[in-house]
Design a protein around this ligand. Sequence first.
Ligand SMILES: CSC[C@H]1O[C@@H](n2cnc3c(O)ncnc32)[C@H](O)[C@@H]1O
Ligand SMILES: [Zn+2]
Length: 432
Amino acid sequence: MTTLAITGGWVLRPDLTVTTADVLIDRDAGEVREVGPDLGGAADETLDADGSLVTPGFVNGHCHVAMTLLRGYADDKPLDAWLQEDIWPAEAELTAETVRAGTELGVLEMIKSGITAFADMYFFVPTIAETVADAGLRARLGHGVISVGKDDEAAREDAREGLAVAEEIDGLADGRISSAFMPHSLTTVDGEYLSEFVPQARDLDVPIHYHANETEDEVAPIVDEHGTRPLEYAAERGMLESEDFIAHGVHVDDREIELLAEAGTGVIHCPASNMKLASGMAPVQRLREAGVTVGLGTDGAASNNDLSMLDEARDAAMLGKLAADDASAVPAEAVVEMMTRGSADAIGLESGRLEAGAPADLAVIDLETPHLTPRHDLVSHLAYAAAAADVRHTVCDGRVLMRDREVLTLDEAAVRERALESAESLVARASE
Ligand SMILES: CSC[C@H]1O[C@@H](n2cnc3c(O)ncnc32)[C@H](O)[C@@H]1O
Ligand SMILES: [Zn+2]
């Protein structure tokens, strides 16, 4: 067994208490072997965590990672206009190589902000999988299926691609890559295709992930056309199982919250995107009180505009209080749980906790900065005060991906250069 020890830090335990301890990792198994005192002595490699908080790696439960190339390209519009007028015309010009460049930039940003796993819906997914595998992260990936605007054969072909990709990439990179069938949303994929292809995804034994109840405009057509709320409609099509997870869940009524809780379907809350697109305020406190598994996600960088889960945690706590009209709603403990174990559970990963036997996915946060002083409550600091730039080291599957802010698996300057060029040529093609 080769070992890695993270020594001298404060460790965030699964019960959200913080104790001074070392973390000993079995690098071959990619697992935490022990959390306790004085474990550094005989380790093959050591990461210094003096003056730092050792936390489970953050899990970004919903993303479109290559959208980093469209960061700042189209701002200040609501979802529908933003997608139809700006984003979809630009995405029509994507190639595998532009998606590779955007993915490299996104995973670089995620490693630098302590994210060790994410779920992603996009195009050219095998290329995304290769990039994630090389960068050393963990991810659940899927091809985003859309039927609106396509003829029947093109819609079926897209859904078949969603299934084929899910089958092809599941288990790659020693199991760090997993997959899902990902219809884009309940309004952009017609019911006949959901009814036909969701059972085929079940046969592949992969979860279903989709955008749901994000805006009022997305709820109304389903109610008008089918006479049911969107999540009842989803349940009728077999899309509300315990392994499934939806993004957003902003406009959900009491019956839909009950359905989510009964089914065990996860909800990935994306507060920054919901605020920026003025989609609304998800009832996070009510969801959690009902027993729904709630995780956190950044959504794409074009509607956020960064990929920092620390920003997301702060936004979730703040917005959760506003939504509930209650300052005690969505407290620091809740958002810290949501950005770690909540997201991991929702997207079906074992990560999100630091204990013996858990995946060795963690981040080390430097606390020796003015904005993290004093140290009354380190859970409060994670929720409200820490920033991406405070992350010192990132470890995934027992491998050090970033040491003292140097990313070891990607050439940062080259990634930025390729992303700049790809973004410029993408928008140039889109405006031709
Ligand atoms: C078909 S691949 C995924 C698809 O989703 C688009 N997208 C990005 N952000 C959102 C959002 O908040 N709601 C719905 N769809 C979104 C992305 O641009 C891709 O086209
Ligand atoms: Zn999204």
